[in-house]
Design a protein around this ligand. Structure first.
Ligand code: WTA
Length: 654
């Protein structure tokens, strides 16, 4: 194999839980010999149970698997209260605002805030166990406090990313039938205030009958509307709450949270996670993949609106008793050195970000890292999309000083935590490769019938045994859950979890993820369903039909490209239609209000027709090839009109 292999730097990894490949292999074997017993061993060791579980894995109603049934725990207790005996004065959350303001919450202070907030939710807003609370918040410590307060009283939170539009927020509130919405007036980005509360006001204008109260946290102090009897000030109410709150005992399988994510068809799916299985894996992966130690300061740049923010800013780090950094701003403000300045200042030991940010920081400030002391770093992580070798190399050399291990962590909203990833203290790393499944995770690259895909060829990335932190169901839609994840691939006649991603195994057994195989685009590491964008574009009165595909993009990884057939092309304008910028603007405006700015098209082409089979199926593969500038290799003779392919090529390439 000609490819370089990078070995862990022994100096950096002392007393690691998985210190080398031998111990990795031993652990994998332990799981092979006694899968359930090994999981039970970790569950007993890691979780502070209120009541022990009596069943390890219940497969009787597959694929609705249950883990640790009969056990009772509380995730806020696991993440906060249980640490008070030994770490009460340790920093739990270090917050840095957009403008550089700082706040540190110790575990004691975090417990105090969580308890007061939990009491507020119970006593002022009547939130009970099992009620849904939608959280539409910026990156401030209160977001973590609010999530943990829900966990403390057994309410199910659903965090909606602050970049989603009012319509997208409304859909999620309605689907979850939320009782309470928690938001902020707004926050700061790139030195300027931006607003969130007005978006909530707009979302609640129609259809959100379940919402009784809105709780507003002050961050930027800008003027906002107050609706008497509905809107309440968090900052005011918090003053009157008791700082003592009993942790609600939760059954292992009761839902902890919902998080909406895009699928290949229809509306977003409310991915439902459990209490025990989820928190167990969040904590174990924090220890294995980030090698988190008591004196470490760990920083993940994700937003709490995504699963990475849930598992690796809030739940994983706090369950491990770590110090987690939360950052309100963006990595390029005031300049491309912001992250490196923060690494130096807080002496960050683990830095976790997305390839899109790495590409951007590389492009904007190739030498920027050399201006700062980054010697505290041990582990660099990436997540969200395949990382390309040039970005990997720069991350390794310029940021990691060729000393740190890079963990390319492959996982999904649905998996709850990391699935395939190097272990920084053990795994010999091949650049831009997720390497091996973590111990306990049974990952196989197979064909749909379960036969292993030959080495070096693309197959389906499947997980063939249930694992504790897996998705439990899609909220309100168990049939869709079965169809979406257990409908495509079988092994030994049994349906197995298919991720929607393609992957390849090399001759050394290393797994490389090759990207989505379905109609989901990965823009800057965010999943966006083409069907959702198409539905939005079709709302424009002059759009007859549309097909959306991913287009390679230097920074974002993938951008969004729409092929659009207009209903009416004015005769006089026939030549100019390709440049009908007005319509393009209108279409993007619709997308922005329907979904949010993250789903805006990077490009559009107005075409006379789409390549369709005689039965009317749009051949997206051809459209993907055209935008990538690839030669069309598929058979186009079965198309209703084969000439349309060259017509579209001409339009796109002109
Ligand atoms: C992609 C984010 C390659 C993949 C945690 C997956 C990756 C989707 C990687 C999940 C990686 C995530 N290498 N691709 N290391 N990590 N992906 O649900 O397509 O927002 O299915 O979860 O991102 O995105 P999600």
């Amino acid at each position: 194999m000609s490819q370089d292999i990078f070995y862990p730097n022994r100096e950096l990894f002392k007393d690691s839980p998985i210190p080398n490949m031998e111990s990795y292999k031993r652990l994998v074997e332990e799981f092979e010999k006694d899968y359930e017993g090994t999981w039970a061993k970790f569950a007993k060791e890691k979780i502070d149970w209120f009541k022990p579980f009596d069943t390890i894995l219940d497969e009787s109603n597959a694929p609705f698997y249950k883990w640790f049934s009969g056990g009772e725990l509380n995730v806020a207790h696991q993440c906060v209260d249980r640490h008070l005996a030994t770490k009460k004065n340790k920093a739990a959350i270090i917050f840095e605002g957009d403008n550089g303001d700082q706040r540190i919450l110790t575990y004691r202070e975090l417990a105090y805030e969580v308890n007061k907030t939990a009491n507020m939710f119970k006593n002022e807003f009547g939130v009970k166990k099992g009620d849904r609370v939608v959280i539409y918040m910026p990156m401030i410590p209160e977001s973590a406090v609010v999530m943990l307060a829900c966990a403390k009283i057994g309410a199910i939170h659903s965090v909606v990313f602050g970049g989603f539009s009012a319509d997208a927020l409304r859909d999620r509130i309605i689907d979850a039938t939320a009782k309470l919405v928690v938001t902020a007036d707004g926050a700061f980005r790139k030195g300027k205030p931006y607003m969130l509360k007005p978006v909530v006001d707009k979302a609640l204008e129609s259809g959100c009958d379940s919402v009784e109260k809105v709780c507003v946290i002050e961050r930027n102090g800008e003027d906002i509307n107050w609706i008497a009897g509905r809107d309440y000030s968090y900052n005011e109410l918090i003053k009157y709450q008791s700082s003592k709150c009993k942790a609600e005992p939760m059954e292992a399988e009761e839902p902890l949270f919902l998080l909406y994510t895009s699928g290949s068809t229809g509306k977003p799916k409310g991915v439902q996670h459990s209490q025990a299985g989820y928190i167990l894996w969040a904590q174990m992966t924090m220890e294995w993949v980030f090698d988190i130690k008591d004196n470490d300061t760990y920083w993940c740049t994700a937003d709490i609106g995504w699963i990475t923010g849930h598992t690796y800013i809030v739940y994983g780090p706090l369950a491990s008793g770590a110090t987690t950094v939360m950052f309100e701003g963006v990595p390029t403000f005031p300049d491309a050195g912001r992250c490196w300045k923060m690494v130096e200042e807080y002496q960050i030991n683990q830095f976790y970000t997305a390839p899109t940010a790495i590409r951007l920081l590389h492009k904007m400030g190739e030498d920027e890292p050399s201006k700062y002391d980054l010697s505290s770093l041990r582990v660099l992580g990436t997540v969200g999309e395949p990382i390309d070798p040039p970005a990997w190399k720069w991350y390794y050399e310029a940021v990691g000083g060729s000393r740190c291990s890079i963990v390319d962590t492959y996982w999904q909203t649905e998996t709850g935590g990391h699935m395939i990833s190097p272990i920084p203290s053990a795994t010999p790393i091949k650049p831009a490769c997720a390497t091996f499944p973590l111990p306990g995770i049974i990952a196989e690259v197979i064909e749909q019938d379960g036969t292993p895909t030959p080495i070096g060829e693309k197959g389906f990335m499947c997980f063939t045994k249930p694992w504790p932190s897996m998705i439990r169901t899609i909220w309100n839609d168990p049939e869709r859950f079965k169809k979406s994840y257990f409908g495509d691939c079988k092994k030994d006649g049994k349906s197995v979890y298919f991720s929607g991603d393609g992957a390849m195994v090399d001759e050394d057994g290393y797994i490389t993820i090759t990207g989505r195989t379905d109609d989901v685009i990965n823009v800057s590491g965010h999943r966006i369903g083409t069907a959702e964008i198409e539905a939005s574009i079709k709302k424009h009165p002059n759009v007859a039909s549309v097909a959306v595909v991913g287009k390679p993009h230097d920074i974002k990884g993938e951008g969004i490209f729409a092929y659009i057939v207009l209903k009416q092309v004015p005769i006089s304008k026939a030549d100019e239609v390709a440049d009908d910028l007005e319509t393009m603007k209108e279409i993007n405006q619709i997308i922005k209000s329907d979904i949010g700015a993250i789903a805006l098209c990077d490009g559009m082409a107005f075409v006379p027709d789409l390549p369709k089979t005689r039965s009317g199926k749009i051949m997206r593969r051809i459209l993907r090839s055209i935008i990538k500038g690839e030669k069309i290799t598929q058979d186009i003779s079965t198309l209703e009109d084969p000439t349309i392919v060259s017509t579209i090529e001409n339009i796109v390439n002109q």
